[in-house]
Design a protein around this ligand. Structure first.
Ligand SMILES: Nc1nc2c(c(=O)[nH]1)N[C@H]1C(S)=C(S)[C@@H](COP(=O)(O)OP(=O)(O)OC[C@H]3O[C@@H](n4cnc5c(N)ncnc54)[C@H](O)[C@@H]3O)O[C@H]1N2
Ligand code: MOO
Length: 408
């Protein structure tokens, strides 16, 4: 009988991640670095900010000079000068003095706080009244408060988002060393699968997996390359597989990974030069008929054809390999805790990933499992996340608390 003679445990599969290389580093302009992964640790060349800086418009003061000040009993301070923006003040504050300052201006020596202009009145050209007491440090960002010169500010493996781009700009990084985006070749298979611009005849179905997988590759920091659809005939897949291997760092083939008569993915992988099949079958659901081969040092995946299965397998198995290939330090998706709206059955001996919708419920969420047919794309559209049920768990009862790993 044909079958999966050696179904692997999920942990054993993800442990294979170290068998594959990380992409090379390259220096890119900061403006092109969004979504990329830092190749090395980054330190700043300067203190940020490089000086004590006002965060409000008003007067730089010595906090102690304002202690006890109120509307009924204001503090009187002498005006020592005005701070010009972008300049270092040429004067220092002595006891009982204040200096006019704008937001972002440099505090003169001797000042340690800023009192807001609306809490003051100018009595004449040389004197102000202060109606509030300000403690030292009030309305001031101190030198090096964001980060200090020479100290690491971002670790290798950090994915560059908006905040990281800002930090790199502050640290003077006009160019950044990042990992090359792993290129991922995507091949769909099946005589019944037709491209999106075709009206399917009865028996045909439009190619969904190329588009879901491309989107997921992009989200994970890779660069998808759609290579088209291979038929089920003998020798149909090989040219596309070879093209993908020649131009990409990883290959995803969807469909034909099972044990049916037309399932030729395994044979095509085995027939490639320098090929070693590492996995054929994983103890997960959906996604049991997943294949992983190492061909010419590159990971080549055979993903289930069923559309939701292909997405779930990408999320829980392939994505960690893609993150590792780009040197990413990301470990796990964010998750929320929620109560199940109904029982979920699960067979022992495999890890289940249940597509789940989150329904807001007072302070938190209820987790609503979505019915399981893995050939339906709408279940993924409605899912907010996945609930993982471990191999040794038979199922979960309604109202039990579960962890929902959020999908992007
Ligand atoms: N006798 C058995 N049959 C099946 C088993 C099994 O253990 N014994 N496993 C089932 C499971 S679970 C899955 S998952 C599928 C996986 O099969 P394949 O990877 O070989 O995929 P196909 O047979 O080629 O396709 C399955 C299904 O998905 C549709 N499909 C394929 N590619 C696309 C695409 N790019 N876009 C949209 N839809 C696609 C295809 O038309 C089929 O309907 O095997 C079960 N069978
Ligand atoms: O294991 Mo399949 O991937 O259920 O749909």
């Amino acid at each position: 009988m044909t079958g999966f003679f050696n179904v692997s445990d999920l942990h054993a599969v993800t442990a294979l991640v170290g068998r594959f290389p990380v992409t090379e580093a390259e220096e890119v302009p900061l403006g092109d670095a969004l979504g990329r992964t830092l190749a090395g640790e980054v330190a700043s060349d300067v203190d940020i900010p490089g000086f004590d800086r006002a965060t409000m418009d008003g007067y730089a003061v010595k906090g102690a000079d304002t202690f006890g000040a109120s509307d009924g009993s204001p503090a009187w301070l002498r005006l020592a000068g005005t701070v010009a923006m972008g300049d270092e003040p040429a004067f220092a504050l002595k006891q009982g003095e204040a200096a006019a300052i704008s937001t972002g201006g440099m505090l003169p020596d001797g000042a340690d706080a800023v009192v807001m202009v609306e809490h003051t009145d100018q009595v004449d050209g040389a004197t102000i009244e202060v109606y509030r007491s300000v403690a030292p440090g009030h309305h001031v960002i101190t030198r090096g408060e964001d980060f200090e010169q020479g100290r690491p500010i971002l670790a290798a493996g950090t994915r560059i988002g908006a905040a990281e781009a800002g930090l790199l700009a502050a640290a003077g990084r006009a160019t950044v060393a990042v990992r090359k985006k792993p290129r991922v070749g995507i091949v769909s298979t099946g005589d019944e699968v037709v491209s999106v611009d075709t009206t399917p005849t009865r028996g045909e179905i439009r190619d969904i997996n190329t588009h879901t997988l491309s989107a997921m590759v992009t989200e994970a920091g890779g660069e998808p390359r759609a290579l088209g659809i291979a038929g089920d005939g003998e020798g149909d897949l090989e040219p596309l597989l070879n093209e993908a291997l020649a131009s990409c760092d990883m290959v995803l083939i969807s469909g034909g990974s099972s044990v049916g008569m037309r399932d030729r993915t395994l044979a095509a992988m085995e027939g490639a030069d320098e090929s070693e099949v590492l996995v054929h079958g994983i103890a997960i659901s959906p996604g049991k008929p997943t294949i992983l081969a190492r061909i010419a040092g590159k990971p080549v995946w055979g993903l289930p054809g069923h559309v939701a299965s292909a997405m779930v397998v990408f999320e829980v198995v392939v994505r960690p390999f893609l993150l590792a290939a780009s040197g990413s330090a990301e470990k796990a998706r964010p998750f929320v805790s929620a109560r199940l709206t109904r029982n979920i059955a699960s067979a022992q001996g495999r890890t289940d990933f249940v597509r789940t919708r989150l329904v807001p419920d007072g302070e938190g969420y209820r987790a609503e499992p979505l019915p399981g047919k893995s050939g339906l794309i709408h279940t993924m559209v409605h899912a907010d996340g996945l609930v993982r049920i471990e191999r040794d768990t038979e199922g979960l009862y309604r109202d039990s608390r579960v962890t929902v790993h959020l999908l992007p």
